[in-house]
Design a protein. Structure first.
Length: 508
């Protein structure tokens, strides 16, 4: 009888020692992204007489019985947290965190412990990938898993400049986030933070490992300047643009519009894909293209086909002329749009296909510019008058920058007036000489002669500026009637001959 009692008592004692003990409940598991140390925090087991706790990394979980490598044993049943490096875990063969790890805690009343963990919590494992077109960082992570834990949201942090910077948040059921990258090259790092509540309803935060990727963004141009649009001839406009050669961009598109603010459309064949020179030049060609106002821009195109920078506009100057009896009235479109504005406009004139001369320069900034050329003074000089205008910028990027307009020419009708008398002794100086008053004739085809009544040649010249002073053979000629002969070429190139008589008088 005594023996049976002892056996029963021993069985009860052994049963008490090996029964399953309610383990501590894990509050959270977190990774320090800077050091990759892992922290596990828990609440003590609610049971009394618990004197042995085992923190383990779970390496086998068949859904019923889970087991793993021991991280550390504890002999006190208290609320606690423990941090450790993965270097101390032999089952983690990597030198850095490369996946999500599951941790659990078991409890015992003695030195032996059951492998049936029911309180596992996992770390968050984050990976990142940089892609171009568009330039973005794709951030992915394993969701936080834990007995009794509820994740409200995930926060994504940029971890590149020492102090973490929040770049975005997603709901707790999400596990990806795309972040646009607009600047910086080299290694770029991020981590994820879960905002959660544990099984007691207490809020915690669990952070992931730091994940990095190499970022290579193109160096964008610091400037892109339209140097000029200058007229070569009525059918060609030459363009120049200054380009930042330190940029990685090599693809540019030339576009044109008939309005300064656009829309701008790509010019045929104006697509440059291998540019690496300080100046890009192009000749826009077309029938009478320089006689119509157009605006040109160049666009820098990134590797994704997007526009990364646009230049200022460059417009050709269009010159027009209105004729009046005494003047040629010039009007032209102002140059658009040098960054520093127009420094000066110069007006050039040519008479009868002679050399062009600068006849006017002034700083003007109106959209439409005018200049009046008084042509009465040109009446003795020729019949064909041509003009063009040149604009110069303030503080140009390209020292050769200037814009020349189209040329405009006018041909004035020839005018001839011959007096019917003159007086060599007149008190009025203009009346003492005799010559035709001519305007806009061919100076190289001019001839004037004077004959007396006996048909003797008393005066001859081929210069419009020379006149008969009334003398013949170094003596004053006799008063009376004389004959003139005039030959010249008019504005149409036709030779004209005129004959007539006039009177030489000495008394008015």
């Amino acid at each position: 009888m005594r023996t049976k009692t002892w056996v029963s008592m021993l069985a009860l004692l052994l049963g008490h020692l090996v029964r399953a003990v309610e383990p501590p409940q894990i509050a959270y598991v977190s990774v320090d992204p800077a050091t990759e140390k892992i922290t596990v925090a828990w609440y003590k087991s609610p049971e009394t007489n618990v004197n042995f706790l085992r923190l383990s990394i779970v390496t086998n979980d068949n859904g019923q019985t889970i087991s793993g490598e021991t991280i550390k044993d504890f002999t006190q049943n208290t609320d606690n947290e423990y941090s450790f490096s993965i270097d101390n875990v032999s089952s983690i063969t990597s030198t850095q965190i490369n996946k999500s790890y599951l941790f659990a805690i078991a409890a015992s009343l003695g030195s032996s412990i059951s492998p049936n963990y029911i309180n596992g919590h996992s770390t968050i494992f984050t990976t990142v990938k940089f892609t171009t077109c568009p330039n973005k960082m794709s951030i992915s992570w394993t969701k936080y898993k834990g007995y009794g834990a509820t994740v409200a949201k995930y926060n994504i942090y940029d971890f590149n400049n020492g102090a973490p910077e929040l770049v975005g948040s997603v709901a707790g059921d999400q596990s990806t986030f795309d972040y646009e990258v607009t600047e910086g090259n080299g290694e770029s790092c991020y981590y994820v933070e879960a905002e959660m509540t544990d099984l007691k309803g207490i809020a915690h935060k669990s952070t992931s490992n730091k994940a990095c990727a190499q970022v290579k963004l193109p160096v964008l141009p610091a400037y892109l300047v339209a140097d000029y649009a200058t007229v070569a001839n009525d059918n060609q406009i030459d363009l120049s643009f200054s380009i930042d050669t330190s940029s990685d961009i090599t693809h540019y598109i030339l576009a044109r519009s008939d309005k300064p603010k656009g829309p701008y459309l790509t010019v045929d064949s104006g697509d440059f894909k291998t540019v690496k020179t300080p100046q890009l030049t192009y000749s826009a060609k077309g029938d009478s293209i320089a006689l119509k106002l157009n605006y040109y821009k160049i666009y820098a195109i990134g590797e994704c086909g997007d526009t990364v920078l646009a230049s200022n506009a460059a417009s050709n100057i269009v010159l027009n002329i209105k004729e009046s009896a005494k003047s040629n009235d010039l009007g032209w479109t102002g140059y658009y749009e040098w960054p520093g504005g127009v420094k000066v406009y110069e007006v050039y004139r040519s008479v009868d296909d002679g050399a062009f001369e600068d006849i006017h320069h002034e700083k003007l900034n109106d959209d439409s510019i005018t200049y009046r050329d008084m042509i009465e003074q040109l009446a003795q000089d020729g019949q064909k008058v041509c003009y063009y205008v040149v604009a110069y910028p303030e503080n140009p990027k390209n020292p050769n920058a200037k814009s020349t307009s189209n040329q405009r020419c006018v041909t004035r009708e020839s005018r001839v007036f011959i007096p019917d008398a003159f007086n060599p002794s007149s008190p009025v100086a203009e009346n003492r000489l005799f010559k035709p008053v001519v305007a806009f004739i061919n100076l190289g085809k001019y001839e004037f002669k004077v004959f007396n009544r006996w048909n003797e040649l008393v005066f001859h010249t081929q210069k419009t500026t020379e006149a008969w002073d009334g003398t013949y053979k170094s003596k004053m000629a006799s008063e009376g009637t004389y004959i003139y002969y005039l030959k010249y070429e008019n504005e149409k190139g036709t030779t004209v001959e005129k004959h007539g008589t006039f009177n030489l008088i000495f008394n008015e």
